[in-house]
Design a protein around this ligand. Structure first.
Ligand code: UFG
Length: 334
């Protein structure tokens, strides 16, 4: 297939580009490099630009017919979205509407959308099925939900079919350790804990120990980035076979508290993670654990890296290949 990947320089997007190229597809990556960072991968066409640039999208779609779009480009930091919701609505919703209209103009009628567990908020269901109440508690989740609603309308009215993949907490890195999770700034628990263990940064702030969970810290469902890529390939196959759009949860249906993740990091690295009390972070739901039975049943999705330890280990290996010389001296294989 000939595919457009928006946000293909980001964490999940770059793993996806690699997986698509490996599967023999032709890939054009569109990224504004506002947060993503990586060199061009052999075989891809990399375009620097925005999903909100309608003339650029017309030029891209006018070059050659595209079979589908994989839409990763978005702002995705929950805490930032509560401080600056306007930026999130403009990029995540405004930008996506420009993209959808360009697709419609050019007759590109298949889309795989990176949605999020954040659409559920504190919905109360444990684990969360796809038909649970979607009541986001932060602006990031609200923008993802708004796009999901738009996609439902675009499918009914204009025949743009879409698979909405609701990621729970993406973790880990590709097996070769070529790509890794390194946001600028980094806000995610596993890379931060690894960096704190390696002495690359100071103590990790523990955001809240008074949640209604077993040890008072938030519980999340971690899913390996390569398993997310597998789900995208299956979603593309679903659309390619002419089936209707749908929404799927992508998680392992097993929750880990922040403290459990920190223990996992300590046992993988053999180093202590220094922590400090941080107080609750605005916009954090207490528990997010997926019921992913629908993705397994309808897409045939089978996560291959379910163990949290294996996810942390792959993140640690990849990080060792991407750190500064000073920090790499501290990293030792475990
Ligand atoms: N945490 C800390 N200290 C830190 C960083 C995180 O205690 O320095 C805690 C957070 O409070 C949260 C947990 O670790 O309880 C996980 O936090 P992350 O920032 O790694 O991930 P989030 O759960 O906030 O968000 C991620 C994605 C979202 C997605 C969500 C879905 O970034 O895009 O998972 O579950 F919506």
């Amino acid at each position: 297939m000939r595919l457009l990947v928006t946000g293909g320089a980001g964490y999940v997007g770059s793993h996806m580009v690699k997986a698509l190229l490996r599967a023999g597809h032709s890939v054009l990556t569109l990224d504004d490099f506002s947060t993503g960072r990586r060199p061009e991968l052999p075989g891809e066409i990399l375009v620097r630009g925005s999903i909100a640039d309608a003339p650029l999208l017309d030029a891209i779609f006018g070059e050659a017919p595209f079979d589908a779009v994989l839409h990763f480009a978005a702002r995705s930091i929950v805490s930032e979205s509560t401080r600056d919701p306007a930026a999130y609505w403009a990029s995540n919703v405004g930008g996506t509407l420009v993209l959808l209209e360009a697709m419609r103009r050019r007759g590109v009628l298949r889309l795989v959308f990176s949605s999020s567990a954040a659409v559920y908020g504190d919905c109360g269901a444990r684990p969360i099925p796809e038909d649970a109440l979607r009541r986001p508690v932060n602006a990031y989740g609200k923008t993802k939900l708004a796009v999901e609603h738009a996609l439902e309308d675009w499918e009914t009215a204009y025949g743009v079919r879409s698979v909405r993949l609701r990621y729970f907490n993406a973790a880990g890195a590709d097996e070769e350790g070529e790509l890794c999770e390194r946001h600028q700034p980094e806000t995610h628990l596993i890379p931060l804990a690894l960096q704190a263990a390696a002495g690359e940064r100071g103590p990790l702030p523990l955001y809240g120990e008074d949640y209604p969970t077993q040890d008072g810290t938030c519980v999340r469902d971690y899913v390996h980035v390569s398993d997310l890529c597998d789900a995208h390939l299956l979603a593309l196959a679903r659309l390619q076979s002419g089936q209707s759009g749908a929404a799927y949860n992508l998680g392992n249906s097993r929750g880990y508290s922040v403290r459990e993740v920190l223990h996992g990091v300590e046992s993988v690295t053999g180093m202590r993670v220094p922590v400090r009390k941080g107080g609750r972070r605005p916009g954090d739901p207490a528990v997010l654990v997926a019921d992913s039975a629908r993705a397994r049943r309808q897409l045939g999705w089978r996560p291959r890296h379910e163990a949290l330890g294996a996810m942390i280990e792959s993140a640690w290996r990849a990080m060792a290949g991407h750190v500064t010389p000073r920090a790499s001296a501290v990293l030792s294989p475990h």
